[in-house]
Every structure is written in C-alpha cells, then in structure tokens.
Design a protein around this ligand. Structure first.
Ligand code: NAD
Length: 360
C-alpha cells in the first residue's frame, strides 16, 4: 500500500511519514519544502520525495498511489492572514484539484487535514461556550479556518462510490517533530521556559483550546487509512486529546518541567488580544473507529525537552521554527536573490541586463 503525503516534510508530516514507514507502508511525499527537507533526514532513503507546489500538481503525482493524506498549504492564522490569496489557492483550490485527480485516476481514499479552529466562537461569546462536535453549526470567518471549511465542503460534495473523502479536524498540536515548530501553544511555552525561564499568557489565559499530541495526530491518519470504508466515507472527525484553558495548560507545562528539575515562572497579561477560544468533543472518532489520543501534555513536554537537546533544536531564535517569521523572511530574501539568482556564487553572465529591468 502506497500513501501520498502532501506536505509530508512539515511538522505533522515528518512524524506521520516515519509512522507510516514503521507500519510497512510505502510513502511518497509531495512538498515544496518551505522549511527544507530536514524533517525527513532519517527516512530519506526510504521515501520517494517529489518537490513541487500543490497548486500546479498534475495527476502523475498519483502514479502507483493507493491513498492520499493532504497536509499541504498554509497551516496557521498568521500566514493565512498575511497572504489570504495564496492561502485560499493552496488550502481550498489545490485541495479540491487534488481530489479531482484522485477521481480521474481512481484513488479512492483522500484524508484531509482540517482544523478545530473552524469552531472558534471567540472568547467573549460566553453564551456559545459549550463543547461543540461534528454536528455543530459553524461559520468560520478567519482566512485560515474558512479556507479549511470551504475545502471540507468541496471534498464532501465530490463523494461518490469511487471517492471516499475523510475530514480530520485537529485541535492545536503539541510535541516533538524532526521539523520542529515553536509557534504552537504548548511548544511555545516550553521554548519560552528553556530560553527565558518564564511563559507568558494573555487575556488571563481564560480561553479554551482543544489539544492533541503530534504522535497521536499521526495515529489518527493511519486509523482513517485502515478503517473500513463505510465507517469513514464522507465523515468528519475531531481529533482532540482534551480541552484546556490556556491558564491550566501553562500550569501543567510548569508542573511537568518541575518534575524534571526545570523551574518556570508564569507571567499573566490580562489585556485583550483578539484571542481564539473553543471547546470541542473528540468522542465521535473513538466511538466509530476506537481511536483515542493517549499522549498527555505532561508526557509530551518531558519528551520534547530530551528530543530538542538530542536534535540540537535549541537555537530558539531561528525563524525557521515560526511559520509566519519564516515566510516573511523567505519573501524578503527572495526579493534580493532574484536580482542575481545567487547568494555566494558569481552571477551568470548577462545578469547586468536583468538588473536594468528591475522596476521599483
Ligand atoms: N499544527 C497544528 O497544530 C495543526 C492543527 C490543525 C490542523 N493542522 C493542519 O495540519 C496540516 C499540517 O500542519 P503542520 O503543522 O505540519 O504544518 P507545516 O507548516 O509544518 O507543514 C506544511 C507542509 O506543507 C508544505 N507546503 C505548504 N504549502 C505548499 C504548497 N503550496 N505546495 C506543496 N507543499 C506545500 C510545507 O512545505 C510544509 O512542509 C496543515 O494542513 C494544517 O493546517 C495543523
């Protein structure tokens, strides 16, 4: 069985790819490598890597593929807000185009990485502060969540006897990945403690968040790959270990670190910062597939401390760990590199002519 993982070199992707290989799957990764291919270092020999942009894929990417897991595109609010057009093209349009190719060539199962941020009701909507599930009405407005929701709808509308879309709405993910991110709440807390000795919480930490560990996230994809078709076809599943208020989450991270001899302070800011808040049930996937996330925040935090040291991901200021910082930096560098097409190499002959044509 060969799985195509679009976005397979990313934070979730590099953990998922390892897990798939471990379980005996053949894996093809399609990725434009915004964050490089370091996340795949350990498995490079065993993975077929196709480098490209999901917006101009063609159906040949599906050669020999039996199932698709789509994790590609912009993966958080700040990057989506920064370039809503690119976000929509990747997260919605390319997601749908890939499904069309699947139907053309007969790849049936297509699992899509959606997000629980679709449920965001905002911290001030107290009357709406209830646990939502897959049947709850949602009306996402932000660029990221609405692009995911629109993609979900398009995929589900394409379902037929030969096409089996499955939607996984993930809570915010925590934990170690060989392509590390420190811009996800638990990982940010840990990074702040290790680099500054304290964590900061906003709005008194009052907001709710559903969370799940990255290994558990990978296991949920595999559960959906392996499930009988009638259990998953056209289904939406939330993937959530538990819901926490951010204040409680900070306390849990502090406690976990204390147990391994790391002391941390928590600084609280009570000012409003336009925060997201939502609580989500993960019961449906357990009921139907018998899948349940098992890695606690505390366990994951302790594991991260060791892995970060082992992989030397302690250069916490490096922008590559923060999606929005990295994308802005790439854009800035691109402007400069475009002038000569090189950094340290001598430019090829004729570049002076190109220089003259640059318009400011
Ligand atoms: N990390 C979370 O907390 C979380 C929560 C809910 C949902 N998700 C979703 O899970 C998926 C994976 O998230 P992640 O944290 O691994 O993100 P990530 O940013 O680490 O990885 C995304 C990967 O997709 C690739 N990619 C981006 N645009 C592409 C394009 N146009 N063409 C080809 N490849 C492209 C990137 O190079 C990267 O390797 C995303 O769809 C995200 O929206 C993530």
């Amino acid at each position: 069985m060969k799985a195509l993982v679009v976005g397979g070199a990313g934070y979730v992707g590099s953990v998922l790819v390892e897990e798939l290989l471990e379980r005996g799957y053949a894996v093809k990764v399609f990725d434009r490598l915004y964050y490089g291919d370091g996340g795949l270092d350990k498995v490079r020999e065993r993975v077929e890597l196709v480098v490209g942009d999901m917006r101009n894929m063609d159906s040949s990417v599906l050669d020999e593929v039996d199932a698709v897991i789509n994790l590609g595109g912009l993966s958080n609010d700040p990057t989506a807000e920064y370039n809503p057009k690119a976000n929509y093209e990747m997260n919605t349009v390319a997601t749908e185009s890939l499904a069309k190719f699947c139907k053309e060539v007969g790849v049936k199962r297509y699992i899509f990485a959606s997000s629980c941020s679709i449920y965001d009701v905002g911290v001030e909507a107290y009357e709406k502060d209830v646990i939502l599930d897959e049947t709850s009405e949602v009306a996402p407005k932000a660029a990221y969540s609405s692009s995911k929701y629109e993609a979900e709808r398009r995929l589900l509308s394409m379902m037929d006897e030969n096409f089996c879309p499955v939607i996984l709405r993930y809570g915010t993910i925590y934990g170690f990945s060989p392509r590390m991110r420190y811009d996800l709440v638990v990982n940010t807390f840990l990074k702040d403690v290790l680099s500054k000795g304290y964590m900061e919480i906003y709005y008194g930490g009052e907001m709710w968040r559903p969370l799940v560990d990255v290994q558990d996230a990978a296991r949920a994809y595999i559960a959906c790959l392996e499930a009988d078709e009638e259990k998953v076809k056209g289904e939406v599943f939330n993937v959530v270990y538990a819901n926490f208020r951010i204040s409680e989450l900070a306390l849990r991270v502090r406690e976990a670190l204390r147990e391994i001899g790391i002391e941390a302070e928590i600084k609280v800011d009570y000012g409003y910062k336009g925060v997201r808040s939502y609580r989500v049930s993960g019961k449906k996937i357990e009921r139907i597939l018998g899948y349940r996330p098992i890695v606690s925040v505390e366990e994951s935090v302790k594991n991260m401390v060791n892995k970060i040291k082992e992989y030397e991901y302690t250069d916490f200021d490096n922008p590559k760990y923060y999606n929005i910082k990295w994308m802005k930096l790439l854009e800035e560098a691109d402007e400069i590199i475009k002038i000569t097409n090189t950094v340290f190499e001598a430019p090829v002959e004729g570049y002076h002519r190109t220089l003259k044509t640059i318009k400011r």
